[in-house]
Ligand binder design. Structure first.
Ligand SMILES: Nc1ncnc2c1ncn2[C@@H]1O[C@H](COP(=O)(O)OP(=O)(O)OP(=O)(O)O)[C@@H](O)[C@H]1O
Ligand SMILES: [Mg+2]
Length: 352
């Protein structure tokens, strides 16, 4: 152990070799020429110093050559993918090769540990994602199977149920399509593959279109969809219209799903300087403070049975968040249980 500690660098190894060689030759010199005068003592000292220097330099060069010859392939393997670093190896300072290698190996090991952690995390995500996907797909598939079996077992000839069961089958198929489309979109968004088609458009008109598209659904619960005030002038924003339409749709349909009968959904648009802020507010069931931080996670639902009853998968808000963040904008939520919820997000104004 102690020797290992002393011989840590090519320099210390060369120093030891030089000391041993100069001692041996010095003693040999003494033995051959029996010294008596001080003149000869000086010669002995000069001779030993000379041997020491030459041996030290020669062994330093030889040890460095030996070490670097073995280390360079290692280095090149370490940086095999990085051509620039591999070229750098040729220019490495021979004297510091060992320390440099030790340092670089540590950095390399740390980066590999981080990479392994990241891969493990991705693997966990993948498993969880697959588990959730198959779970979500099962419900509509089993429903369809049930309707078809009933129809095949004589229901087809029974006019009281055949149409009803076919309509239910169609509803489940639409649900399946919806889930698959959402999954496709979230996969693209998470992989950062979605291209935004940025354009200038009037956000007030887009909100109006969303209200129209959801009018029937709102009516079923007697929910009033309205603006906070009258917007007589257009408010222009710069964003991907199709995606923002999806954001408005998801937030508004949530306000209906999780709104109370005879409730109200109010949308407001506020100028906040270089941006506009859109708020979708409802006076529905609200979200508990403990659930709020997780609300944007994919597949997260506060009340699973209630959400599923509404045909919810728990992907809507995850998609919304990705779209808004993809625009480099922010989205937030505030809510009080049994009182209501407000989602707000920002958008750039054109010509920024
Ligand atoms: N306006 C709201 N009021 C109360 N709870 C809400 C509201 N919006 C969302 N939530 C809660 O957040 C959960 C996640 O919403 P999200 O839109 O992501 O999924 P979902 O509505 O269940 O399904 P889908 O994928 O069809 O949108 C919901 O299940 C619901 O519990
Ligand atoms: Mg939803």
């Amino acid at each position: 152990m102690a020797t290992k500690k002393i011989i840590e660098t090519p320099r210390s190894l060369s120093l030891i070799i030089a000391i041993i060689v100069s001692l041996i030759t010095g003693l040999g010199f003494l033995f051959i020429t029996s010294i008596s005068q001080s003149q000869q003592l000086l010669t002995l000292f000069a001779f030993t110093l000379f041997v020491f220097t030459v041996t030290y330099l020669c062994s330093l060069i030889l040890v460095n050559l030996f070490v670097s010859k073995r280390i360079k392939p290692l280095y090149k393997a370490l940086y095999s993918v990085d051509k620039a670093s591999a070229d750098l190896v040729d220019e490495l300072d021979q004297n510091n090769l060992l320390q440099r290698l030790e340092y670089d190996l540590r950095v390399w090991a740390e980066s590999k540990t981080d990479e392994i952690d990241r891969l493990k995390q991705m693997e966990r995500y993948r498993k969880e994602f697959l588990g959730n996907v198959s779970h979500e797909l099962k419900t509509p598939i089993f429903n369809i199977q049930g309707y078809v079996l009933t129809l095949l077992d004589g229901g087809l000839e029974d006019p009281s149920i055949n149409r009803r069961y076919l309509e239910r089958t169609e509803k489940s198929i639409n649900r399946l399509i919806g889930i698959v489309e959402d999954l496709e979109l979230i996969t693209k968004l998470e992989a950062g593959e979605l291209q935004l088609n940025m354009e200038r458009f009037n956000i007030i008109s887009l909100i109006d279109e969303t209200f129209e598209a959801l009018e029937q659904r709102a009516k079923q619960k007697n929910i009033n969809l309205k603006f906070d005030k009258e917007y007589s002038k257009a408010i222009w924003v710069y964003a991907d219209k199709k995606r923002i339409s999806q954001v408005l749709y998801n937030l508004t349909i949530n306000s209906i799903f999780y709104g109370k009968e005879n409730g109200t959904t109010t949308v407001s648009v506020t100028d906040i300087g270089t941006r506009v802020q859109v708020e979708v507010n409802d006076n529905g069931i609200g979200i508990d403070q403990k659930d709020l931080p997780r609300i944007f996670e994919r597949f997260y639902r506060v009340d699973k049975s209630r959400s599923r009853e509404q045909g919810g998968t728990g992907l809507g808000l995850a998609i919304v968040k990705h779209i808004i963040e993809g625009h480099k904008q922010v989205i937030g939520v505030r809510s009080n249980l049994n009182q209501g919820t407000t989602f707000s997000f920002t958008l750039d104004k054109p010509g920024k």
